[in-house]
Design a protein around this ligand. Sequence first.
Ligand code: NAG
Ligand code: NAG
Ligand code: NAG
Ligand code: NAG
Ligand code: NAG
Ligand code: NAG
Length: 592
Amino acid sequence: MQSKGALHFPPGTTTLLAAICMSIFFLLLTTSSNYLLQASFGYFASQLPAASVTIDGLDNRRGDPPAIIELRDDLPTIIERRDDPPAITATIGSGAKSPEDVDAGKPLDWLRFPPIVNYTHKYLDLIAQNGSKPCHDVSTVKAQLFGLPKPQEGDSYIKFKCGPVHKLTLAAFDELDRKRCAGGDYFETEVSGQNWRSRAPVTDLEDGSYAILLQMHPDFAGVYNFKIILGFSNYHGLHRRPERWFRNETVIDMHIEFVREEESSVGGAVNLPRLSQCKREDFDLDAWIGRWVRTMYNRGCRIDKRGRFRCLDIDAKCTDPWCRGPIAGLESNGWVYSAHCAFRIFSQEDAWKCLNRKWIFFWGDSNHVDSVRNFLNFVLGFENITEVPRRFDNTYYRPNYPSQFVRITSMFNGHSNVSLNHEGLFSLHDEKFHEQVASFFREEKAPDALILNSGLHDGMYWKHLHQFAEEGADKAVEFWTSLLNGVQGRKPRVVYRTTIATAAWARGAAFNPHKMEVFNSMLVEKFKKANLLWGVVDGFDLTYPWHYDNNCSDGVHYGKPPAASSWYGQLGHQYFVDLMLVHILMHAICIS
Ligand SMILES: *[C@@H]1O[C@H](CO)[C@@H](O)[C@H](O)[C@H]1NC(C)=O
Ligand SMILES: *[C@@H]1O[C@H](CO)[C@@H](O)[C@H](O)[C@H]1NC(C)=O
Ligand SMILES: *[C@@H]1O[C@H](CO)[C@@H](O)[C@H](O)[C@H]1NC(C)=O
Ligand SMILES: *[C@@H]1O[C@H](CO)[C@@H](O)[C@H](O)[C@H]1NC(C)=O
Ligand SMILES: *[C@@H]1O[C@H](CO)[C@@H](O)[C@H](O)[C@H]1NC(C)=O
Ligand SMILES: *[C@@H]1O[C@H](CO)[C@@H](O)[C@H](O)[C@H]1NC(C)=O
């Protein structure tokens, strides 16, 4: 059943379309004179050509034009020159105030998204306005990055201090080198190194520029790859069929160095607050900005016969403060995710202590199907359950301890017909499915916890954003409000798990990250406004750092069962991202 369960799409078509788009783009670009910024190999700073940039609102002091960093053919430091150089230059900002610390003077804190306020209204408004001004009808051809700290003589890389939040500005330009005057471009970002992976959150300032924030913990000082990729421009990712608009253009690809602040130059508190274990109120946040870190690593670890990565000693404990518990349980060879707080990794014993006699109810797409199976196999000790159906209601007795049990109900919501796909929240318009879900909430006792999700199938179904908002999201909120209002006795703990960041080919598909980010925000806002949620678990941020290739995902699933078989040209795949999610959900369910 589960194999049927995948989201179906004709992969050939997508790849072909992507290939065509890419070819056209590269044809356009090979005539350009700028080369890919590979700052790892050094950089060259020169004066900015007079014609190039004057950007309103950017901190370019007159008489001190920003320098431009570019790689030149003749520099011996260039090891690689690609055939497909994007038309990009990165510019060193040189404002009166240092581009450095956004919060200079304030005590350091972890980067966080502001709460979602009036998001749906504002976004629908923005989309309704789109196309009404000449500004909208311009395509982004170039992008420039402002605010990079000035390099000192002898530096190999552009340096940022560990600790504070650094704000950079990316500006979009049209083919005539004019700065664009409208937003809607979707830039994907990556900060990656041996032991750290995160995104650098992007805010659309709606005037053709984008704020990009960077932050690094001092324990992870070092050299990083910093990438910015234009996924879609002009809100094109929101189309029902956006494939032909997928740009996938690398606009920045450079190395940056995060350095620890010297102890001596310290004025005030320079340390980020220690991450504490997530508490109840930590799940109130609408969206997370977290990171994957690796503090342990077994270099020689190989995939085993069953496709698993049992790399670390089972007794190995998490490195404080990034998680707590037996880190080997993630089978990630040391990688672990934390957000504004850190999560607990559960041993089988702890998991059963919390879950015994509980009833957990899942409602979501096929990622839920994988998560439930992984939960049973990896956390609850079943080990050999090869699949669970898309919809089921079952009681599981603990292996070797039959007095302990947990009831799990899972209702796939990708379509009202369990064998089909691509309806998403529209499935609630089907009476029979509606009734099937509702019937569980008329039992004497309601489930203890509800894990809700929707998004991927919605990406395929809804023609317009407002249709998703009104006929999809509003309908779902109305549905759950009526079910939960009808619950006699103790109400379930309701967790909304946001939709994953789709990977590889799926970055350009109908359920692309651009669209999912908007859908997630709308659903979270609406569910919260109706007071339905106990908390949010941000599956989007969790999956994002792994969404550029197929190592951890087939595009739309991060939790496929381990298998020592061929996977996108390599042997086996990583499933730890979904396992991390399982432990985060456990943390949410089990916290008092
Ligand atoms: C919400 O956004 C809409 C559209 O931008 C605006 O008209 C409205 O005043 C906003 N409401 C609040 C409460 O901010
Ligand atoms: C936004 O407007 C531009 C310019 O008219 C158009 O090309 C684009 O398709 C619009 N985006 C959406 C999502 O409608
Ligand atoms: C799962 O299968 C393996 C291999 O057949 C076996 O060694 C193991 O005991 C099984 N686990 C459980 C919990 O049944
Ligand atoms: C669900 O879809 C399958 C495949 O199209 C079909 O055979 C089946 O009859 C449908 N079931 C219902 C209840 O409509
Ligand atoms: C996007 O671009 C990268 C780098 O050029 C390439 O490896 C990848 O296959 C592209 N992805 C898609 C979906 O076209
Ligand atoms: C998977 O990740 C490893 C380590 O980051 C990398 O070396 C490898 O090329 C990746 N494989 C694929 C297929 O992307």
